[in-house]
Design a protein around this ligand. Sequence first.
Ligand code: PMP
Length: 393
Amino acid sequence: ASKPLDYESPHKKSAKKFILKEYIQLTAGPANFSDRVLQALSMQCLNPLSKEMHLMMDEVKAMLQYLFQTTNPLTLVNQTSGSGGNESILTNLLDSGDKLVIAVGGTWGEKVQDMAQRYAIDVLAIRKPPGEIFTLEELEDAVKSHQANLLFVTHGESSGGTLQQLEGIGPMCHKYDCLLAVDAVASMGVDPLYTDRWQLDAVCTASQKAIGSPPGLCLLTFSPRAEKRIKAKKTKSPYYFDMTRQGLYFDCFVDDHSRQYHYTFSSNLLAALREALAQVCEEGLSEVWERHKRNSEYLWKKMGDIGLECFVEKVQNRFHGITCIKIPSGIDQLELLKFVKDKYDIEIAYGHGPTLNKAMRIGLLGQNSRPEVVDYLVQALKDGMEQLIKRGT
Ligand code: PMP
């Protein structure tokens, strides 16, 4: 009989159960799952080419069209995270040498710039100081001067806590024969987004933020204009991210219903996403948007009561999903984060990009956007600050 090589097995007898502690996840994502999503995750796997899988895909697609507020046929899921979604947009819409304007409002814009440069796309990056968002005129100047084929903007910048206004940008881009792509990874299901009404050509979000399903899927929609561009592209996109192949699998094209296999799609992740989307649909988008706004405003007020300040000073620029709080003077933020995690089982995030060493980031996303979560968090932060001041750290 064949024998394995002489490497030692890490578990010689039965492996010890790996116990994971559960936390209230108030970072910039992933957010906690509902019980319904957890239940969906406990199902057996399905054949990726089965009728059941196709039915689930059709249902997910219809719910995504509602979520994205679109009738785009090319609305689908790709088995990658939000970053992979942004990369899918870039590589399906642009050839090397094509011109891209990227409106950098924080870390996520920087990453899209990095991605684009790896594909030899001709990038013009424009930037704003922390807490600020781009005006339509600034975006128009950049699109015009760079003769851009694509403008990429981030809607909710989870690194800096800002919300880029999108209305008017689509028609402006189309005047110059430029497409508009939006990173709505953090903002989908938090702040209003209208793909068709605002003429957005490609929008990407991820499963693990306000939608509340496990990380691992990105959700995408492409306008008919973008679909035409994808089909006219000179060079092929990376195989895995090929939206024409994945679009076939998700039955997005009127002229081909072959639903050809592209790769083994996780039925478990899809079932969890289906359940999470159903919950968003049942609540209704207007209530979902209103709830996130209401609870963030409640958080800002309660933080003010204990002497904490928002990093983004202009209220109209604030994203309702992630609130950045200035690090209070005399407090070591990492000690404070550790305190609330150890004593209250709450995870919040330290700063990133524009907020690095300046602010902490609190996500009230999906199921976690509730007043009782805000009350518990503010109690934890208050206790933490008092204890750290007492200890002198
Ligand atoms: N864009 C934004 C706005 C995000 O908040 C994130 C995740 N924090 C990403 C992109 C990247 O998503 P992922 O981590 O799922 O790749």
